[in-house]
Design a binder for this molecule. Structure first.
Ligand code: NAD
Length: 699
């Protein structure tokens, strides 16, 4: 079966092929009255510039001509309003061998080296985003002029890579080396002025002053920013080794080397060759080619495409402007704030005024943290209108209900709201577990009803499950998907089955953790096994995080689809009865300090006699995989890729593993099935492989 992801890649390939054959080319060249040649990158087939082989080959041809013409200055800039360039086209990185990559990179380096050697003064004029390969192109110029709106960065590390077209050695040569390394190690972009302060650009000007700035530069009046004592010290190995060991420590706090090798490879590269540009160039090519062919990078590139595929489900616009939210609790308050942040007009209702007050306070905090700019925060807060009387219902294009998880309460709210809804308005629920077919009973027009299952916290969890039911109209579903993407969230269409996809799959993982704890295995050991697999948080800590009360409701609620799992242990119910609910009450399975951090015992401090099981990781992860497979078989979710994306963006499932199904395929389906059968023999029915595994193997 052709997956959505492959279809997307094919489409891009077709586009790419069409562009290669297109007569107009990717670059335009013109000479101005001052004798300055302007080379404008403007890919005809794309809304943003990306750097690929065709772009580099054409640039090479222009450089050959310019070497003969010897103009006094050459300006490189972009013809796209969005920015200079978004980076290299990562499509060319999938499935290539190390040797292919080395060849491709060596060719690319030769072009940028040629640009660097050009006798004319070369000036990159940078506006908007200038990322990855785009920044490497700018760095091969002798001067860089940025407009005030520019942002510059190396996001490669997020794909399990480091810069590969000369960025590693050129960035440290023009900018403060430690700042340049930090930029490459974190993947964070810098605004123009900050980029200037570290030496990455030589001048920052308003767009209207670009022509004058270029004239001044061409007249030799723009000196390159650079080179102080610290740089010279760091050209010596002992100083670099000292700085490198600090960088390794910081990197280790963020991501372990075995799962995310790129930052460590970059640090090694710099430590070994930071004082020798030629050696660093050769080593960069080698290191990049090795990283790109690693499982980590290939999985992270897959995650990039999964995100695109999920966004690409959008067809047309939602036609939603005004969002009315009923219930200003943990979820409703967050959803309302996020919608206001994304530019929607929002009214927020609740029976309790205190809930609305708390929600607005939390919204202010979230908006300050995400928007940063006080004017934008004020504008977003202006769009978020407290509405205790619910006047907003009559004007809303969508009403989202987020009141407590009680069927009758939700139904009574719909009964009061539906008659007041505008023509064409949608009615949505954020329920986590109540079947939608039960919620629609009593609605006059169930076709406009849909589930929008957001995850907590909305500002961080990108997934929204778009839940259907028997009576939904296709247009409702289409608009809901469009609305989720307009909210900058990633939609996954699911059927209204217990727990939908994500909670259904995550619950066996949590339930198995409780069984392991019941066997006496220390909770730190259980959490560690999951974290070592790559989960963002161990299951025991996760239970505390969602709350023992909520976790018990979910585990109990999903029992009908959790074959062979025993009841949750009695000691957990006792904790709920004692009010030890987890992080929110200061104690649950762990105790929490005033900052909400759990007191965990170090694994080394555990007594030798503490129970253990070498199968902990498989016992946690395989039941989760089994549930995803069951969801695919039952049609709860249709596409493997959407299932993988939903688990990554809804639960944080180890991104470097590319999603549960991708992981299963890489590890080998037959191997996993055999493993589950062995575990079933030892521990019982709950490990029995779902019938869907054989469908998966057949695909
Ligand atoms: P919550 O208890 O934090 O908030 C519910 C809010 O609804 C409260 O402020 C309450 O005052 C208000 N409310 C109660 N009756 C009302 C009425 N008749 N009219 C208007 N407001 C009323 O609950 P929550 O955690 O935000 O959950 C809301 C919904 O979201 C539930 O269906 C839940 O299953 C779902 N959900 C929760 C999470 C989560 O992690 N908390 C995640 C996804 C989905």
């Amino acid at each position: 079966m052709k997956t959505m992801l492959n279809a997307l890649k094919d489409r891009r390939l077709e586009l790419g092929a069409a562009a290669d054959a297109a007569p107009q080319g990717n670059w335009r060249s013109a000479r101005d009255a001052d004798g300055v040649v302007w080379l404008v990158l403007d890919r005809p087939d794309k809304s943003v510039n990306v750097i690929d082989r065709a772009v580099l080959e054409e640039l090479n041809a222009h450089l050959e001509r310019l070497e003969a013409e010897r103009p006094r200055a050459v300006v490189i800039r972009s013809g796209k309003s969005a920015g200079f360039a978004a980076g290299a086209d990562i499509r060319q990185f999938t499935g290539a061998s190390i040797e292919d990559m080395q060849r491709l990179l060596t060719e690319g380096h030769a072009v940028f080296d040629r640009l660097e050697r050009l006798s004319s003064l070369t000036i990159a004029v940078i506006h908007g985003h200038c990322l990855g390969g785009g920044l490497e192109l700018a760095l091969a110029c002798k001067r860089r002029i940025a407009t005030a709106d520019a942002t510059l960065g190396f996001p490669e590390v997020m794909l399990g890579l480091h810069p590969g077209l000369g960025g590693t050695f050129r960035s440290i040569a023009v900018a403060d080396p430690v700042e340049a390394m930090t930029m490459m190690l974190t993947g964070r972009s810098l605004p123009a002025r900050k980029a200037k302060s570290i030496g990455l650009v030589d001048a920052v000007v308003e767009e209207r002053h670009v022509a004058a700035a270029v004239r001044a530069a061409a007249a030799g009046q723009l000196a390159g920013a650079k080179a102080d004592l610290k740089d010279r010290a760091l050209s010596l190995r002992p100083a670099r080794s000292f700085a490198a060991s600090r960088m390794r420590k910081t990197a280790a706090e963020k991501a372990p080397k075995e799962h995310y090798p790129a930052p460590y490879a970059l640090i090694d590269l710099w430590e070994a060759h930071g004082g020798d540009r030629k050696a660093m160039q050769a080593a960069e090519i080698d290191s990049f080619a090795r990283l790109i062919t690693s499982d980590t990078a290939q999985s992270l590139i897959r995650v990039f495409f999964l995100r695109e595929a999920m966004k690409g489900q959008k067809q047309g616009k939602s036609a939603i402007r005004h969002v009315h939210v009923v219930g200003a609790g943990a979820m409703g308050g967050d959803i309302a704030a996020w919608a206001a942040k994304e530019g929607f007009d929002v009214t927020l209702a609740d029976v309790a005024n205190a809930s609305i007050g708390k929600a607005v306070k939390a919204a202010t905090k979230m908006l300050q943290a995400t928007l940063k700019d006080p004017v934008k925060v004020r504008d977003a807060l202006d769009r978020l209108v407290p509405d205790p009387q619910g006047h907003g219902v009559r004007h809303a294009d969508i009403v989202i209900e987020a009141v407590p998880e009680k069927l009758e309460l939700k139904r009574s709210i719909y009964a009061a709201i539906e008659p007041r809804l505008k023509e064409g308005a949608l009615l949505a629920t954020n329920t986590s577990a109540i079947p939608l077919d039960e919620l629609v009973a009593g609605l006059r027009d169930p076709s406009r009803f849909v589930g929008l299952h957001f995850f907590n916290p909305v500002s961080r969890m990108q997934l929204v499950e778009i839940v259907s039911h028997a009576a939904i109209h296709a247009e409702t579903r289409r608009r809901a998907i469009a609305f989720a993407t307009e909210l900058s969230r990633l939609p996954a269409a699911v059927a209204s089955a217990p727990g939908f996809l994500v909670n259904r799959s995550l619950t066996p993982y949590i339930a198995e953790a409780l069984i392991l704890a019941d066997e006496g295995i220390p909770k730190e050991r259980i959490d560690h096994a999951a974290e070592a697999f790559g989960m963002p948080m161990g299951p025991i800590e996760l239970i505390d995080q969602v709350g023992i009360d909520v976790a018990l409701d979910v585990v109990d609620g999903l029992r009908p689809v959790m074959h062979g799992f025993p009841q949750a242990p009695e000691w957990l119910r006792q904790k709920r009865a004692d009010g030890k609910l987890g992080r929110k009450s200061g104690e649950g399975l762990y105790r929490y300090d005033s900052e909400g951090k759990p007191a965990k015992q170090s694994l080394d401090a555990l007594p030798d006699s503490a129970p253990n099981d070498p199968d902990i990781a498989d016992r946690l992860i395989l039941p989760m995989l089994n549930a995803v497979v069951a969801c695919l078989r039952e049609g709860v979710v249709e596409e493997e890729d959407i299932a993988d994306g939903a688990m990554i963006f809804g639960t944080g499932f180890a991104p470097f593993r590319g999603g549960p199904i991708h992981y299963a395929r890489r590890r080998g389906i037959a191997e996993i099935v055999a493993r589950m059968e062995a575990l079933a023999e030892r521990h019982g029915e709950r490990f029995k492989p779902d019938a869907g595994w054989s469908d998966l193997e057949a695909r």
